[in-house]
Ligand binder design. Structure first.
Ligand SMILES: [Zn+2]
Length: 303
């Protein structure tokens, strides 16, 4: 039997972005304190939840999956439309559609599927065995899906043209080391695309401490300045940032706030759903929600 996950929480003495040592308390997320670095303004969980606490959160139901086929179709439609949007951003950055694409935290494989359809040779790495099985089914034999963490790629180097991290970096205990690994996996001049919640988003400004991105499993809360600094420190260049756009329907947003209730918002969405014709509730709209998208490049050659 594998050893039980540790119940020790991880205290950070230095800020994961700037190395600063002075933090101010922001709030509690569940039992976990979030602090702000006085030097770079990064907000982060400190101490971080233990391995045991995180393992209890990342169960089979962690990926938002509906029990009914209509709900599932709605989630799929939204995820694939959002994936297409990110692939368009990569195309704008001169990436693809041919080439080797790596996604860390590929979930149920919807981004990989859209990328494979455009001609990318895709590899996904996923921590959840349940999600891995779904991703393999979704890909129908194209590409490969590896179970585990980024360390499963330890034997590869400079192998990929592009690496995608959708809602992943905020879950990582040591983002500097993690991005260093991605540097190593990208070919010189390769591109990284990072999607993460942003403290500069309208939803955070509006909801403040009720922001839906304050979750126990989110260890890092970036803003444009801090994600730029994190990427630059890891050796990435030409960082461009934009507001994250997701393609969402009213039904999708209502389902999300039913799972993660926010006082007032959940009830308002339920009311809106009740008075909106079904066909409109399912229509996808581009919504600037809670995140940012950063695109950056590994230096053309090793310095
Ligand atoms: Zn800092």
């Amino acid at each position: 039997m594998p050893p039980a996950p540790s119940s020790a929480r991880h205290s950070l003495a230095t800020c994961p972005v700037c190395g600063g040592r002075e933090f101010r308390p922001v709030m509690l997320v569940g039992p976990h304190p979030v602090v702000r670095c006085t030097q770079c303004q990064l907000q982060f969980a400190n101490p971080q939840p233990s391995d045991a606490e995180l393992a209890a959160i990342y169960g089979p139901s962690y990926v938002l999956v509906e029990n009914d086929p209509v709900g599932e179709a709605m989630v799929l439609q939204s995820k694939r439309a959002t994936a297409d949007h990110y692939l368009d951003l990569l195309a704008e950055a001169g990436v693809g559609p041919k080439g080797k694409l790596l996604e860390i935290g590929c979930g149920s494989g919807n981004f990989l599927r859209q990328a494979a359809q455009r001609g990318f040779d895709v590899t996904g790495v996923e921590y959840s065995e349940f999600a891995c099985a779904r991703a393999r089914a979704v890909l129908e034999g194209r590409g490969r899906v590896l179970h585990g963490e980024i360390s499963v790629l330890a034997a590869e180097s400079a192998a990929y043209d592009v690496c995608v991290l959708c809602d992943v970096i905020e879950h990582v205990r040591n983002p500097g080391a993690f991005l260093g690994e991605i540097q190593r996996l990208l070919r010189p001049g390769g591109v990284i695309l990072v999607v993460t919640p942003s403290l500069a988003s309208w939803s955070h400004r509006f909801l403040r401490s009720r922001w839906m991105e304050f979750k126990e499993e989110h260890l890092l809360y970036y803003a444009p300045d801090t994600i730029r600094r994190q990427l630059t420190q890891a050796g990435f260049e030409q960082v461009t940032l934009r507001k994250g756009v997701k393609k969402l329907s009213l039904d999708y947003v209502a389902a999300h706030f039913k799972k993660y209730p926010v006082a007032g918002i959940t009830q308002l969405l339920r009311l809106l759903q009740a008075i909106t014709p079904a066909a409109w509730s399912r229509h996808l709209f581009p919504i600037v929600a809670s995140g940012l998208v950063a695109v950056a490049r590994r230096a053309p050659s090793r310095s």
